[in-house]
Design a protein around this ligand. Structure first.
Ligand SMILES: NC(=O)c1ccc[n+]([C@@H]2O[C@H](COP(=O)([O-])OP(=O)(O)OC[C@H]3O[C@@H](n4cnc5c(N)ncnc54)[C@H](OP(=O)(O)O)[C@@H]3O)[C@@H](O)[C@H]2O)c1
Length: 214
C-alpha cells in the first residue's frame, strides 16, 4: 500500500519506518527542512522516499496526517484536496504555553478529528494512534497479536476502518474498534482511552479495562 505521510516528526517518522519495514511504500512530507526527510528515508533504506505534502497526497492510498495541531490548516493548504483518500488523523488538539503547560486549542465538546473532517471534505477520516507514543510499537511488534499494544480506531467509514486495522497490525499493534468518529475524543488526550504511560504493555490492558470494564 502507498502511504503518504504529512507530518514526519516523532509520530510520522516512527510509523513510516514501521510500515516500510512491513513492506508498504511510504513518502515522508511536511517539514521546514525537506532535506531532512530524504535523510530519514535514506536511513530506512528501502520502501521510503520524501516529497512535498501535495506529492505525498497524490502518491497515497492512505494518508497519515500527523502535524502539530496548530499547523493543521497549513498542512492541509500544502497538501491540497484529500477527497476520496483514507486519512489517519493522529493529532491531539494542544499547544504548549511558555513554562511548559499544555493548552487545549478547541472546545471541550468537540474533538480534533471532527474539526479536521470538516476541513477535509470527502476524505475518509479515521482517528488512530493519538493515544500513545508510537515508539512503544517497536516493542509491541515482538509480541503475539493478542498481547500487543491496543491501537484504538474510530471512524464513520467501516471500509476505511478495516484498512487502518490492517495497518495497525502491520505497525506492531492490535487494532481496537472504538466505534464512530464521534468517539475520537476518547483517544485524544486527556480522553479515557489515552495514556502517557507507554513504557510497558500494561497500557493495553488498562485501556481494555477502561473501555470494556475487565
Ligand atoms: N509525540 C507523541 O507521543 C504523540 C503521540 C500521539 C499523537 N501525537 C500527535 O501527533 C501529531 C504529531 O506529533 P509529533 O510528536 O510527531 O510532533 P513533532 O515531533 O513535533 O513533529 C512535527 C513535525 O512538524 C514539522 N514542522 C514544524 N513546524 C513546521 C512548519 N512550520 N512547516 C512544516 N513543518 C513543520 C517538524 O519538522 P521540522 O522540524 O523538520 O520542520 C516536526 O518534525 C501532533 O498533533 C501530536 O499531538 C503525538
Amino acid at each position: 500500500m502507498n502511504i503518504g505521510i504529512i507530518g514526519s516528526g516523532k509520530v510520522g517518522s516512527t510509523l513510516g519506518e514501521l510500515w516500510a519495514k512491513a513492506g508498504h511504500q511510504v513518502m515522508f512530507s511536511f517539514s521546514r527542512y525537506p532535506e531532512r526527510l530524504q535523510t530519514l528515508a535514506n536511513q530506512i533504506g528501502f520502501n521510503a522516499t520524501s516529497g512535498t505534502p501535495a506529492s505525498a497526497a497524490n502518491f497515497a492510498d492512505v494518508v497519515l496526517f500527523a502535524p502539530n495541531f496548530w499547523l493543521v490548516r497549513e498542512a492541509i493548504a500544502q497538501a491540497g484536496s484529500l477527497a476520496g483518500k483514507i486519512v489517519i488523523d493522529t493529532t491531539n488538539p494542544y499547544r504548549w504555553a511558555e513554562g511548559g503547560d499544555i493548552i487545549r486549542m478547541i472546545d471541550e465538546k468537540t474533538s480534533g478529528a471532527e474539526i479536521i473532517q470538516k476541513l477535509l471534505p470527502g476524505a475518509k477520516l479515521v482517528k488512530a494512534y493519538s493515544s500513545f507514543q508510537p515508539n512503544a510499537l517497536r516493542r509491541s511488534l515482538k509480541h503475539p497479536l493478542e498481547q500487543r499494544l491496543a491501537v484504538a480506531i474510530a471512524s464513520d467509514d467501516e471500509a476505511a476502518k478495516a484498512v487502518v486495522a490492517q495497518l495497525a497490525q502491520d505497525s506492531g499493534g492490535r487494532p481496537f474498534d472504538l466505534g464512530s468518529l464521534q468517539n475520537a475524543s476518547l483517544m485524544e488526550i486527556p480522553g479515557a482511552f489515552s495514556s502517557s504511560d507507554t513504557q510497558t504493555l500494561d497500557v493495553a490492558f488498562k485501556q481494555r479495562q477502561l473501555v470494556l470494564g475487565y
